[in-house]
Design a protein around this ligand. Structure first.
Ligand code: ATP
Ligand code: MG
Length: 646
């Protein structure tokens, strides 16, 4: 690693951050040496009804498999996110809501108002017959009521299952049925990027194949003309005469807080179940540490609530920390590529947390839309969702942040509840493309195919050897699938499914899903590496690389390339890009086939569905599997029609 690739902690962060480099080392050491002491101490950042006296109680072994944290403690998540802040910050804004349409007025909800709204929502749920332990499906757009609904469930001990508002009726029905929810909370319609989404109509369509569904609560969001049937109730009518107060339900730390279905990029979505105490602590702990959050800085996680990032880093983490959290209804690129930066200026955003896919989409439009805004309030920039290619990292750092703000690349999964590997702004020197080092309490390990532990600078399969409080507890309805999926590949360890390189400084570089590793003539290559090389070319906006069968090499490299606006595809350009990769990485990485793709099949969280790309590359286009969670299923047809041969 050359000097030039190291970005030291900015002076202001070094001076002001709560944790500096020595502090991190000390904290990490303590977390591993005395985990019980460390975690009981951390647990004090929550407000407990019964404070726990036990920390972790877990075993990843087959004969004694169990995971429990703070098992004798009890608490309520909504109290932690609202009530306990009232004494000090009743009038502080808890949620800033930025509407889809830029000319409309934002909403600002104080902690006192949040308390009232959540209590009312909770009372409505109770009146609808929802009780502790019941599952409630939430199918809402990005409106404040989405946060109210989650916290209202938490207040009465109901388990929420959020289904992304862009999902189809089929995807919704499958998720209602899988967890057996009797109530769905939805809205008349959603809005996103100037388009209307018929949420209520989708619920009606889903109801036909979701027999457990009994009642639908409808929030009026757009005021569109939406007829209500027998099972439906307008939220505002039900809320008209409920009380402003609702006593919180005491919950055991291990009681479930929510179910969230994974995005399905590797198979049938799993109902990931998170606990009340451990998850909430992980959300608060990581949000506080990784963003060094201080109230009342304005913090914006530009994710959707239908994704785990929205749960942990729009709602639970920031609110548990008494933050002002910004919630945005729309798209970063609508009505134009300046919007995200205009929102930053409008609300004086201090911390912005987004995904590489959004950054690449913005980067594609050039620097001018960024330059048209001030962004002077920004001090911290975060990213999550996939490996960030160094090119996008540098753009984020240099152009967006003007070199002021560290890039906090957080590696984690729906399963992990919150960040596990990430830099701390005041402690960690950065390397573009690396999520850097494990957070205190996280013990990563790299192993080879046979499970042999690999030490030092090396590449391997990323496992976590010790439980952490935010770890998922089960797959809803299928505990055996939970064990089989994560704990049998390398017995005694949690296997993340990700490949990873650790460099000589102990920095971790996620190379993508292990099943995305391509074996070309015996050389193992992460797809992310080839993609990063392609995106480095100034004509390329985005790239996805998969393996394809190859007579000679075993596997060949098939690259899908989206060009920047204004660049025309041609055979000459395909040849040029192949030669480019050859020069950047080496002959072994030269793509065997290169297809220009106007769009890539992505999940709603921006992840490329490689299993579909793999099938197309293999020429097997008849059984593409479940595509219900794709952001835009139409791109698949174009890819199939324009497949190239290697
Ligand atoms: P499914 O499990 O259904 O296939 P998914 O894995 O796409 O869905 P998530 O839990 O949202 O759903 O994604 C977690 C994965 O995203 C990680 O395992 C990793 O591959 C990738 N990822 C997330 N953040 C980062 C990051 N900062 N750097 C590299 N990879 C990341
Ligand atoms: Mg996953």
């Amino acid at each position: 690693m050359s000097e030039i690739d190291l970005f030291p902690v900015p002076a202001q962060w070094a001076r002001e951050a709560r944790v500096d480099a020595a502090g991190y080392e000390e904290m990490y050491h303590r977390s591993v040496a005395e985990p019980d002491v460390f975690w009981l101490e951390q647990a004090q950042q929550l407000e407990w009804i019964t404070p726990p006296t036990q920390a972790g109680d877990w075993s990843f072994d087959a004969d004694d498999f169990h995971i429990r944290w703070f098992a004798d403690g009890s608490l309520n998540a909504s109290v932690n996110c609202i009530d306990r802040h009232l004494a000090e910050r009743a009038d502080q804004v808890a949620i800033i809501w930025e509407p889809d349409v830029p000319t409309e007025e934002p909403r600002r909800i104080t902690y006192a108002e949040l308390h009232r709204e959540v209590c009312r929502f909770a009372n409505v749920l109770k009146a609808q017959g929802v009780a502790k332990g019941d599952r409630v499906t939430v199918y809402l757009p990005m409106i404040p009521e989405a946060a109210f609904a989650l916290l209202a469930c938490a207040r009465i001990g109901a388990i929420h299952s959020v289904v992304f508002g862009g999902f189809s009726p089929d995807a919704l029905a499958g998720r209602i049925e899988d967890c057996g929810s009797k109530l769905v909370i939805t809205a008349d319609e959603g809005r996103r990027g100037g388009k209307t989404i018929p949420l209520k109509a989708n619920v009606d369509a889903a109801a036909a194949s979701a027999p457990t569904l009994e009642r639908v609560l409808v929030v009026r969001a757009t005021g569109g003309d939406v007829p209500l049937g027998e099972r439906d109730t307008w939220y505002h009518e039900a809320a008209a005469d409920v009380s402003d107060d609702c006593a919180p339900e005491p919950m055991a730390a291990e009681d479930p807080l929510f179910i969230l279905y994974t995005s399905g990029s590797t198979g049938k979505p799993k109902g990931v179940l998170h606990s009340t105490g451990g998850y909430l602590l992980w959300a608060a702990y990581t949000h506080g540490l990784v963003f060094d959050y201080r109230a009342p800085n304005v913090y914006w996680c530009a994710a959707d609530i239908g994704w785990v990032t929205g749960h942990t880093y729009i709602v639970y983490g920031p609110l548990a920390n008494g933050a002002t959290t910004l919630m945005y209804e729309g798209l970063p690129t609508w009505p134009d590529a300046s919007r995200i930066w205009q929102v930053v200026d409008r609300h004086q955003v201090h911390t912005l947390f987004t995904a590489p896919t959004a950054l690449r989409a913005l980067m594609k439009e050039g620097d001018a839309p960024v330059g048209a805004t001030s962004r002077a309030s920004l001090r911290l920039l975060g990213t999550v969702g996939e490996p960030i290619n160094p090119e996008a990292w540098r753009w984020y750092h240099d152009v967006v942040g003007e070199g002021r703000s560290p890039i906090i690349d957080t590696w984690w999964q729906t399963e992990t509840g919150g960040a596990l590997i990430a830099p701390l702004p005041g402690a960690t020197d950065l390397k573009p493309g690396s999520a850097t080092k494990p957070l205190p309490g996280v013990q990563p390990q790299l192993v080879d195919e046979t499970g042999k532990v690999l030490n030092g600078a090396t590449s391997g399969n990323l496992c976590i050897t010790a439980s952490w409080p935010g770890q998922m507890r089960t797959v809803w309805g299928d505990h055996d699938r939970f064990f089989q999926t994560y704990f049998t590949t390398y017995p005694g360890k949690y296997f993340t499914g990700d490949g990873c390189r650790r460099d000589e400084d102990g920095y971790y570089w996620i190379t993508g899903r292990v099943d995305d590793v391509i074996n070309v003539s015996g050389h193992r290559m992460g797809t992310a590496e080839v993609e990063s090389a392609l995106v480095l070319n100034h004509q390329v906006a985005e790239a996805a690389v998969v393996g394809m069968p190859h007579d000679v090499k075993g596997q060949g490299i098939y690259a899908y390339v989206t060009l920047k606006a204004g660049v025309e595809p041609s055979d000459a350009l395909a040849a040029e890009l192949k030669a480019w990769v050859r020069k950047e990485i080496g002959p072994i990485a030269t793509p065997d086939a290169l297809q220009f793709a106007p769009g890539l099949p992505k999940t709603r969280s921006g992840k490329i569905m490689r299993r579909i790309l793999r099938k197309i590359a293999e020429g097997d286009t008849t059984s593409l599997g479940d595509t219900s969670t794709l952001a835009d299923p139409a791109v698949v047809d174009d890819l199939v029609a324009n497949r190239v041969s290697g």
